[in-house]
Design a protein around this ligand. Sequence first.
Ligand SMILES: [Zn+2]
Length: 147
Amino acid sequence: MAFCQGCGTPIQQTDAVCPNCGMANANQIQGTPSDKPIIVNVQQPVGAAAVPAPPGNGMSIASLVLGIVALVGSLTICGSIFAIPVALVGLILGIIGKNKLKTAGAPFGKATAGIVMSIIALIIAAIVIVFVFVLGIGMASLPRYRF
Ligand SMILES: [Zn+2]
């Protein structure tokens, strides 16, 4: 009985290679050809490298988050002022992220959602600002509506 020098598995002295790891048997007895097929042990890479996130993925997530924040903010009077710059940044990040993901051939649903939500937030914020502030100032300038 011999042992594989590679993995320590007990192997036959007549074996040309270790049936477990495929290492050549240094102590093989010559002249006794092994009829066993040579097993090539294809080892799976341990801890395969994680698939890197496609470029533009972070931007798309940021766009989506900014779009949601802007959308929620646009629904309030004070928030609508802050929603415009937030939505603009979300829109820009969404467009850049979408282009990068498209180039990389990755799905860009998040970027599209970020762009759409940013645009909706911009529209709502613009409407709120126009109605509340412009109309409010206009009404306040009229004596009978002064408050
Ligand atoms: Zn072995």
